[in-house]
Structures are given as structure tokens and as C-alpha cells.
Ligand binder design. Structure first.
Ligand code: HEM
Length: 156
């Protein structure tokens, strides 16, 4: 097995995890919006939403984020150590845009985690409109990030 084929395999696994991560990031705020609109604290529906949200977080979001990071990190490791790319490419504009997106998505996921715990505590800190309006943010970030890696703009 050459390092190029290892790299291609890691890239595929990375993209699969990114797909799962994005799916979770897009479904959870939508559940929060329906939860806020239709299920008062303590109601039967409230309990259903809490269970669904907990599952999305624990079964999709957390594992997918960790694995996307692990495979992304391994791609960097192979680039730096086996394909002699050096560390410099991490400071090229396309990679800076990509990493800024990654930091944003990771922070956004933590924010969603805090919001989930507020629902568990019976609080509705944000109106449904907030969750509808912010629902597309991860997708907008993904557009920037995917085009950054496919075009590699500003590559030296
Ligand atoms: C979680 C942390 C992440 C890290 C550390 C990371 C890092 C990387 C690295 C080093 C590459 C190889 C770039 C190259 O040299 O061509 C890559 C590829 C890629 N990444 Fe990520 N990434 C992360 C998250 C994401 C996310 C959230 C998305 C999409 C929303 C994404 C989309 C992609 C795509 C589509 C490729 C393949 C590009 C190609 O083969 O042309 N990554 N990633």
C-alpha cells in the first residue's frame, strides 16, 4: 500500500464522517424549533423531543465530529510527514478558510450542546425563529469549506 492510496482512503473516510456531522448539525436546530413551538416543558411531546435530541447528539453529532477531526488530522499528518508538504500549507489562504470553518462548526456544536442541556432543564432560552434562522449556518460554512479544499485558492 502506498501513502497515496492510504491518503485516498483517509480522504474518503473523512468525507463520510463530514457528511454525518453535517446531517446532525442541520437536524438538531430543526428539532429545537419544533420542540419550542409544540412541546411545553413536562408534556409528553417534551419527553419525546428530549429523547430524539439526545440521540442525535450522542449517536450522530459527537462521534461524527470526533472522527472527522481524527481523519482530518491524519490527512494533515500524511501530508506533512509522508508527502513532504511541510507545515506551510496550513497557513495558505484555502487552508486557513477551511480551518476557520472547522473551528466555527466545532464551536457551534458546543453551543447546540449547551442549548440541549437547557431544554433538559425545562428552559427555552431562544425562540423557534432563532433556530430556524441559524439552521442554515453550518451549510453556509460547508460551502466555503468544500470550495476551499477543492479549489485550493491561494495555493503556493
Ligand atoms: C474536523 C476537522 C477537519 C480537519 C482537521 C480537516 C482537514 C482536512 C485535510 C488536511 C484535508 C486534505 C486537504 C488536501 O491537502 O487536499 C481535507 C480534505 C477534505 N475536507 Fe476536511 N477537515 C476537517 C473538517 C471538514 C469539514 C467540516 C468539511 C466539510 C464541511 C470538510 C471537507 C473536506 C473535503 C470535501 C475534503 C476533500 C478535498 C479533496 O480531496 O479535494 N472537512 N480535510
Amino acid at each position: 500500500m502506498t501513502y497515496d492510496s492510504v491518503y485516498d482512503l483517509l480522504r474518503g473516510l473523512h468525507i463520510i464522517m463530514v457528511i454525518a456531522w453535517m446531517a446532525g448539525l442541520m437536524i438538531l436546530p430543526r428539532l429545537f424549533a419544533y420542540h419550542t413551538e409544540t412541546a411545553p416543558p413536562g408534556s409528553e411531546f417534551d419527553a419525546h423531543f428530549l429523547r430524539w435530541e439526545g440521540k442525535v447528539y450522542a449517536i450522530i453529532l459527537n462521534p461524527a465530529m470526533v472522527l472527522a477531526w481524527i481523519f482530518g488530522g491524519l490527512l494533515i499528518w500524511v501530508d506533512v510527514h509522508r508527502r513532504s508538504a511541510g507545515w506551510g500549507f496550513l497557513l495558505e489562504p484555502w487552508m486557513v478558510a477551511k480551518l476557520a470553518g472547522v473551528i466555527f462548526l466545532t464551536g457551534w456544536q458546543h453551543y447546540l450542546g449547551r442549548a440541549r442541556r437547557a431544554f433538559v432543564a425545562g428552559r427555552r432560552d431562544r425562540p423557534a425563529k432563532f433556530w430556524r434562522m441559524t439552521n442554515e449556518l453550518p451549510f453556509l460554512a460547508a460551502i466555503v469549506m468544500v470550495l476551499a479544499v477543492t479549489t485550493e485558492f491561494g495555493r503556493r
